[in-house]
Ligand binder design. Structure first.
Ligand SMILES: [Zn+2]
Length: 408
């Protein structure tokens, strides 16, 4: 059957995209090994981010270092005009463990995809961006970057996270979820007194904190099943014969949507206010960090990633819709740009994450091979976003509908 000139041209560009990644594979793996062998924890990824930035600069990308006030974040750009497709890299390691989350692979999945799509924007309009997003394991660099507006005006953002043999691609409605999360610090100030001699002169700050826990436990019956509220006591007095005049706890409040999470943050505040009222202690209710938003996975985009993964020889299971469990700083990006973070396996078995097993897998033949396949798939999906206006409008339509549903 005769191909149209246009489809032949697209086929040639697709080949050029894959060829560009093949030609850079050895150097991409070298870059990943360097990051793996020099693990740097959140916000200290000086050498890792510099190595990534220099890798792109050597290939003609324009580079801005230190975006959003984060010295180890960067924004790299190549090509001109719209649409704009972004790939998000990470490179922070875990304290005392090294690359036990495989972020050295996330780095080259994004950079590899960028190098691939660069080969296309030599011939077609569109901008390719690679962001270095630090501190995923701690403060969440993407949260700060999203707040600073560095992702504004971008049409699609993609990234990949390694996993075990059970890793999957979030193609199905309801999959690829992560919970919105707010860290809350609750402090009570009371009045010290001898716990036996004159306890009636004391105001027990610890009692206020304990009543807060009790109130939260009473609330549990009346929250949606996706909500998670969990906390610890960090200060609860110094001596059992002294009425504690200070008590404090750290809590995380999570839910399926940002809006519902905010409702719960307000309810927990009222519980703490109630505890202050009944004990006489003074409350300090602090939103300790910026909120992490829930992840709005763009399934239209994910289905293309999956199809391209099949094409490049890494067929992945499709994620099942299931309740979100953890939280990710991708969530804040996903409220600004249609986003997908796909999983993919770097082990042929199941293991505990954030472990020595993962440190090993993040520097393994399978780890590198599958990361390169994912890079190709994300590059080809980016090419489709740049060349298929119909796809882009579907991606954006889904994005707007999902946001509207959350706001309702
Ligand atoms: Zn991770």
């Amino acid at each position: 059957m005769a191909q149209t000139v246009e489809s032949m041209a697209i086929a040639a560009v697709r080949r050029a995209v894959v060829d560009a990644i093949d030609a850079s594979t050895a150097e991409l793996i070298q870059l990943s090994k360097f990051i793996h062998d020099h693990p740097e924890v959140a916000l200290e990824e000086v050498r890792s981010s510099a190595a990534c930035a220099e890798f792109l600069e050597r290939r003609g990308w324009s580079m801005t270092r230190g975006v959003a006030g984060l010295p180890t974040a960067f924004r790299a750009e190549v090509g001109t005009g719209r649409p704009g497709v972004a790939y998000l890299s990470e490179y922070d390691a875990l304290p005392g463990l090294g690359h036990g989350c495989g972020h050295n692979l996330i780095a080259i999945a994004a950079i590899g995809a960028g190098i691939g799509l660069q080969a296309a924007v030599d011939h077609i309009p569109g901008t390719v961006l690679v962001f270095g997003t630090p501190a995923e394991e701690a403060v969440g660099g993407k949260i700060i970057m999203a707040e600073a507006g560095v992702f504004d005006g971008i049409d699609a953002a993609m990234g990949a996270h390694p996993g075990t043999i059970e890793a999957s691609c979030p193609t199905v409605e309801g999959s690829g979820q992560a919970l919105a999360c707010q860290a809350v610090r609750i402090e009570f100030r009371g009045q010290a007194a001898h716990a036996a001699a004159d306890p009636y002169n004391g105001i027990n700050a610890l009692n206020a904190l304990i009543e807060t826990f009790n109130g939260i436990n009473a609330l549990r019956q009346h929250v949606r099943t996706d909500a998670r509220i969990h906390g610890i006591i960090t200060e609860g007095g110094d001596a059992s014969n002294v009425v504690p005049d200070f008590a404090a706890g750290n809590f995380l409040i999570r839910a399926q949507t940002l809006a519902y999470m905010n409702e719960l943050v307000a309810k927990v505040r009222r519980i703490a206010e109630g505890a202050a009222l009944i004990t006489g202690a003074e409350l300090n209710y602090v939103l300790a960090e910026r909120p992490t938003y829930d992840m709005i996975t763009n399934h239209t985009l994910a289905r293309r990633i999956k199809r391209n993964l099949d094409d490049v020889g890494l067929p992945l299971p499709e994620a099942r819709p299931e309740d979100g469990s953890g939280s990710t700083d991708w969530g804040n990006v996903s409220y600004v740009v249609p986003s997908v973070e796909t999983g993919y396996p770097i082990l042929d078995r199941v293991c505990t994450w954030h472990s020595r097993d993962v440190v090993e897998a993040a520097d393994s033949e399978m780890g590198y091979a599958n990361t390169i396949s994912v890079a190709k798939s994300m590059a080809l999906t980016g090419l489709e976003v740049l060349t298929e206006p119909e796809l882009l409008s579907q991606v954006k339509g889904e994005f707007e509908r999902a946001k509207a549903a959350r706001a309702a």
